[in-house]
Ligand binder design. Sequence first.
Ligand SMILES: Nc1ncnc2c1ncn2[C@@H]1O[C@H](COP(=O)(O)OP(=O)(O)OP(=O)(O)O)[C@@H](O)[C@H]1O
Length: 307
Amino acid sequence: MIVLEDLTKDFGRKRAVDGLSVAIEAGKVTGFLGPNGAGKTTTMRMLLGLDTPDSGAALINGKPYAALHTPLRTVGAVVDSRIGHPGQRAASHLLGLARSNSIPASRVGTVLEEVGLVEAGHQRIGTFSLGMRQRLGIAGALLGDPQVLIFDEPVNGLDADGVVWIRELMRAKAAAGATVFVSSHLMSEMQSTADHLVVIGRGRLIADDSIDNVIAESALNSITVATPDAALLAEALSWAGCPVTLTDSGTLRVTGASLEDVGGIAHGLGLRINELSLRKASLEQAYAELTSSSLEYVPSENERTAS
Ligand SMILES: Nc1ncnc2c1ncn2[C@@H]1O[C@H](COP(=O)(O)OP(=O)(O)OP(=O)(O)O)[C@@H](O)[C@H]1O
């Protein structure tokens, strides 16, 4: 389990992480999301003892990283694709890591196989593609068979097969009881990988909830109602405080209400209903709504139209 307690970090006058408190549970993949500069990497670096908190604590299984006896047996992480020395061979890099953490040398072959790098084990790291370096980083993270995994943007540089592979790896590790904490910018990827989300903006917690709840809370969820008595139902819904619009096709679009609310009001009026359906927001929409007020960098109109 990972626990952040009022975690705070400043770089000069810039507050990168601001009083962040959250518990990341075992047995789940928890997605760590936030706009550019929100403080995700800094948080992960503090968890791994690579940056020191100014106040608060970042704990893995109840301890700061520096207090872990053989860290690679407790936590495996990929926060940087610069791994090992370019002149070193992949297998000897892993062997060095294993030795320094009292991990049996036999694990090197096991993890190289797990990440699909058996053939490349004798190659020098400097000859590796970005995708191969990502896989080697993940091999290092898995070496001590840890119960906590921390990945910062792990799909960067991976091809389509690699993306599916890492998704299945994270799901399998969580299903086996591991705590998997992963940052990503790809909402579609998070939607198919994560169970739970921690969203931050400007270093502060914005949401700590299941993906289903994050989407359910979105103001962009809407209900479509088709009825011959649209005007009457629209008036009743407005009275009940539900924002309602009449669409070009003559149906009503209702927000801020559940299917039960809308069905109940229509039933109370004895109206005939031809369609009553819920249109859920995507995770991307719900996320954009949550983080719109904490963007550090807003693209100009020209950049938006160019992309
Ligand atoms: N070593 C550093 N020195 C000075 N400022 C830093 C340093 N590391 C991070 N920052 C600043 O702290 C803030 C948080 O950065 P961080 O990299 O943690 O965000 P992030 O959420 O990981 O962003 P991204 O999604 O763009 O990778 C940013 O404003 C960044 O410029």
